[in-house]
Design a protein around this ligand. Structure first.
Ligand SMILES: Nc1ncnc2c1ncn2[C@@H]1O[C@H](COP(=O)(O)OP(=O)(O)O)[C@@H](O)[C@H]1O
Ligand SMILES: O=C(O)C1=C[C@@H](OP(=O)(O)O)[C@@H](O)[C@H](O)C1
Ligand SMILES: [Mg+2]
Length: 201
């Protein structure tokens, strides 16, 4: 990256921080979309603390997510997820990567919508499937036909993820490029909001 690119990026970062005004930035979307990876990079860029709800649940329960699903069941995992996210969102100035099912829960979604700026990292089926197939740490996909399961989850969840404040599409591109697109998409969201309130005046 050239010095001019770096200066441009720093300027956009500062602009985003100003627009967020302390509000948490919360990443939502399907397993494999890149919430954890992109969220961590974005937080480093913004100089904000990064939290991942899955990691926090694992710390609180002192077991891994696959162990939680196997030993306690999904319902218990979901109530832990809701509690952990409510606790995390008491803090400002953070970037939070949620687990793929978190925003689907009405209570969690209402909380996120009330205190944070939410961003759906959207990716197409093949990209998601290729990424989640690399690791076996997602219990929901341990089915006889994981492709069909992923398709079904996408069909159920995309209408809900659409309720995020901002959507950014992740194609097959480096994490840093997704992070940059995300910064631009959130800035554009605030500009549209400003325009809408100016039009209403
Ligand atoms: N933009 C990207 N380019 C290449 N690989 C990616 C990208 N984003 C995520 N990945 C990879 O895909 C996998 C899933 O990413 P992760 O951040 O864990 O997604 P999520 O938290 O949304 O489930 C990881 O192995 C990660 O390294
Ligand atoms: O989509 C889901 O319901 C889940 C997604 C996972 O997180 P990632 O989206 O970070 O993979 C994790 O919370 C759990 O396996 C359930
Ligand atoms: Mg994750």
């Amino acid at each position: 990256m050239t010095r001019t690119d770096r200066a441009g990026r720093a300027e956009r970062t500062q602009k985003l921080l100003h627009l967020l005004d302390g509000r948490p930035l919360v990443l939502v979307g399907m397993m494999g979309a890149g919430k954890t990876t992109v969220g961590r990079r974005l937080a480093a860029r913004l100089g904000r603390q990064f939290l991942d709800s899955d990691e926090e649940i694992e710390k609180a329960a002192q077991m891994s997510i696959p162990e939680m699903f196997a030993e306690l069941g999904e319902t218990e995992f979901r109530s832990g997820e809701t509690r952990v996210i409510a606790r995390i969102l008491r803090d400002s100035d953070i970037v939070l990567a949620t687990g793929g099912g978190a925003f689907v829960n009405a209570e969690t979604r209402a909380l996120i919508k009330s205190v944070a700026v939410s961003v759906w990292i959207k990716a197409d089926f093949e990209l998601l499937f290729a990424r989640v197939s690399r690791r076996s740490n997602r219990p929901l996909l341990k089915t006889a036909n994981p492709r069909e399961t992923l398709r079904k989850l996408i069909a159920e969840r995309y209408p809900v993820y659409e309720q995020a404040d901002v959507t950014v599409v992740s194609r097959d591109m480096p994490h840093e490029a997704v992070a940059s697109d995300l910064v631009e998409a959130v800035i554009a969201h605030f500009s549209r909001q400003d325009q809408a309130s100016a039009d209403a005046r």
